[in-house]
Design a protein. Sequence first.
Length: 135
Amino acid sequence: MIRIEHIGIAVKDLASAEELYARLLGTPSYKREEVASEGVITSFFQAGPNKVELLESTTADGPIARAIEKRGEGIHHIAFEVADIRAEMARLKGEGFVLLNEEPKRGADNKLVCFIHPKSANGVLVELCQEIGPA
């Protein structure tokens, strides 16, 4: 693991949350992106060396909508940058962690991603992410 890449925050209303976080962090969102495969629209903020990702569900039954229904708005996941996502997935699987996907998927912000089940990480949804290099 290289560093914390970002903290994901589940929100009901992305536009309203963007206004709030722009005021809170003193900077506007630098990127808004839809990840259709995850049923989410994301908005990223840079705060010094750190990033915050706001996530709004695009469907009433999507993963973010279900998370908000269960726990309300708030921190959804913590993401760690890795140099080699497949090697890190194999290492963590060998350590007994339960992965939510067997292969990395394309995520937001030009990343390959994989999630670790919260039940194997003390209730925290952990995301691994690796920058996708130029083609």
